[in-house]
Design a protein around this ligand. Structure first.
Ligand SMILES: *[C@@H]1O[C@H](CO)[C@@H](O)[C@H](O)[C@H]1NC(C)=O
Length: 260
């Protein structure tokens, strides 16, 4: 429909031009022969009628009118051919676009599958975070009570300011998969049992001790954490009371953030 409107507009413009030219140039050369294209023919007769109405007042000869129509017909046929060509190209483009949509949809599914690991419903975020801490106990802790927090008061690194060396607690700044490691060295000829805790729930245990010596115990844990979740190390229920300074460490880092 748009093409037809364009063709009609072009045709009217051409008619106007021809009328103007023939008005100032009475000796406009005549041509013979009319094109056979159906659209061209019908449009040509339309134009011819329109032009006749306008030019009849000036007393133009009917032979000149036929020649004008022929010129316009040729233009029309060219426009029509070009329109058909453009239409074909548009169809081809539409096919390509829809095939690209298909490919994008496939890629999206594959990406979701890759990102779907970890906590159910959570997807891996594309942002790169620098979240990591490492701390150690600065001095011996001989009188730790049951479930008392072991405070690793000497910071080694604290990227993202995620670990509090006063409370001994790590707080998750973004939802994600986190890894923590702890090593606890016992006092001489004694034992201590400790645990890693998330939000008050034990997530791993460590035994440290030795007969006539010291002994270290360590463990690591991977945790899916929400923002604001906390992890710390504490004495296990009722066992041991001595953590050796300098040799005991607590570290953690974000493995991969999740989107919220
Ligand atoms: C270690 O502890 C055991 C058991 O309490 C004790 O018999 C031993 O004498 C201690 N060793 C030293 C060097 O104190």
């Amino acid at each position: 429909m748009a093409l037809k409107t364009k063709v009609i507009s072009l045709c009217l413009l051409a008619t106007l031009l021809v009328t103007m030219v023939t008005a100032v140039w009475p000796a406009f050369p005549s041509q013979s022969g009319i094109g056979n294209a159906p659209l061209g023919a019908s449009m040509g007769s339309m134009m011819s009628a329109g032009r006749t109405g306008r030019s009849s007042g000036r007393g133009r000869a009917s032979k000149g009118e036929v020649s004008d129509s022929c010129t316009c017909l040729h233009e029309l046929q060219m426009v029509e051919a070009r329109g058909r060509d453009n239409s074909d190209r548009l169809d081809k483009l539409q096919e390509e676009v829809s095939s690209m949509y298909g490919a994008i949809s496939t890629l999206k599914s594959a990406l979701n599958a890759v990102q779907g690991g970890g906590k159910s419903g959570n997807r891996i975020a594309p942002q790169a975070y620098n979240i990591a801490f490492s701390a150690r106990v600065g001095y011996n802790r001989p009188y730790l009570g049951e479930t008392e927090v072991v405070v690793f008061d000497e910071l080694v690194i604290n990227n993202g300011d995620v670990y509090d060396p006063y409370s001994g607690k790590f707080t998750s700044p973004v939802p994600g998969l986190y890894e923590f490691q702890t090593t606890i060295l016992s006092g001489f000829n004694s034992t201590i049992e400790t645990m890693m805790v998330m939000n008050g729930n034990e997530v791993s245990r460590m035994f440290s001790g030795g007969f006539n010596t010291r002994g270290s115990g360590s463990n690591a844990v991977l945790l899916n954490m929400d923002q604001g979740d906390e992890v710390w190390v504490s004495v296990f229920y009722g066992n041991g009371d001595y953590v050796h300074g300098q040799w005991s460490t607590f570290s953690g880092h974000l493995v991969q953030a999740y989107t919220v």
